[in-house]
Design a protein around this ligand. Structure first.
Ligand code: DP6
Length: 371
């Protein structure tokens, strides 16, 4: 029986290589990346053009979810085509992807248009932030397809231009995105602090609420409004480095008594900054607020911190707890009015390439620039 040739074989190997190299052929790659939830939030950029944040942040990479993105640069196409979850993207979402591709094209020295197909294995409507996983996956797929061979660190540096939090989705486990000090932003990238299996008992109970409002303003815009108008922003900035150090240390020691109150303190501080922004940023619903209250009550009744809440710029709530408390926490929260569903998530692995990278041809090649 004749073996079927893969797409990669077809374009770059075997006796057909010489023939196919003469004709324009797409160069393609597929990359998968997970979302993450920040325990120490990124909120505010000190340099917008370079996508450099004011403060370092720290997140947990969420297992079981991912965005899978395929990018094919096609020398025969005139325009980028973007498909997200099976639907052709237009307007803002398409423009964000095209701008990101332009950056990759510039670095790789190519002018080819691309076909981008991206799918999430979690519904966008679930409210789980898909920009972190989406842009990390796009960074991986686009850079490989364009012939750039980036280290994870360089991938993280690149991904932040799509969405700041995407810089952290390159890695698994517990990840810190360091703001860095250099004016050119070259020391601004994420790095893994503890691997995904560092703390197997740690669980994130994700609580989805009904009627979560659709985000009207992208976080990148909203956070700059906070920088400009929240009277609490400067105080937040002064407090974050110490809190980040303490949170990183508590994760290292697997110390919930220290970690859980700090995670809630950080979340409360982030929320206060949002609420005191003009115009005010209110991401929560009545149910989200009730959930926060319920977690506080749970800890009060237990006489020690058994759970910690956090949320990003959205209404769903992540409740961290230990595996042995999951049933108690879940039962208590799942029955609150307005809760749609709960899902158990653990720290998971980072981004990775899927299948072969197809090396085709390119038109309009220019000399590539270092990242
Ligand atoms: C509150 O600019 O990364 O989640 O607007 O969705 O692209 P998008 O997000 P991004 O801002 C993230 C803000 C945050 C905190 C965080 O993840 O650190």
């Amino acid at each position: 029986m004749r073996a079927r040739r893969s797409v990669a074989d077809k374009y770059c190997a075997g006796p057909f290589a010489a023939v196919t190299a003469a004709r324009p052929a797409p160069r393609a790659a597929t990359y998968e990346a997970p979302p993450n939830i920040a325990l120490v939030k990124y909120w505010g950029m000190r340099d917008r053009a370079r996508a450099v944040p004011y403060n370092s942040s720290l997140s947990v990479t969420l297992g079981r979810f991912r965005s899978r993105t395929r990018v094919a640069f096609d020398p025969t196409r005139d325009e980028d085509e973007v498909e997200i979850n099976g639907a052709r993207a237009t307007g803002g979402p398409r423009e964000g992807v095209v701008r990101f591709l332009d950056r990759v094209r510039e670095r790789a020295g190519t002018a080819d248009a691309a076909v981008v197909m991206s799918d999430n294995n979690f519904p966008t409507a679930s409210g789980l932030a898909s920009s972190a996983s989406g842009f990390a996956a796009l960074a991986g797929a686009a850079s490989l397809a364009a012939g750039l061979r980036l280290s994870d660190r360089d991938l993280s540096r690149l991904a932040r231009f799509g969405s700041g939090s995407a810089s952290r989705s390159v890695y698994g486990g517990f990840v810190e995105w360091q703001a860095g000090h250099r004016a050119d932003g070259s020391d601004c990238y994420a790095r893994p602090v503890y691997p995904a299996d560092h703390w197997p008992e740690l669980v994130d109970v994700v609580v989805f609420v009904e009627g979560a409002p659709v985000k009207e303003v992208r976080s990148a815009e909203a956070m700059q409004a906070s920088v400009a108008t929240s009277p609490l922003y400067a105080r937040r900035l002064a407090g974050v480095p110490g809190r980040l150090r303490a949170i990183r240390g508590a994760i290292g020691r697997r110390d919930t008594a220290r970690l859980f109150p700090l995670v809630m303190e950080e979340c409360d501080n982030f929320r206060e900054v949002c609420e005191t922004t003009r115009p005010s940023l209110d991401y929560l619903t009545t149910t989200s607020r009730a959930l926060l209250g319920e977690v506080r009550a749970l800890n009060r009744e237990a006489g020690r911190p058994v759970a910690a809440y956090t949320h990003d710029a959205g209404a769903h709530v992540h409740v961290f707890t230990l595996a042995r408390h999951v049933r108690r926490v879940r039962t208590r929260l799942a029955h609150l009015p307005g809760v749609r569903s709960t899902l158990i998530v653990r720290p998971g692995p980072g981004g990775h390439v899927v299948g072969p990278v197809v090396r085709g041809s390119s038109r309009g090649r220019r000399r590539s620039r270092p990242v």
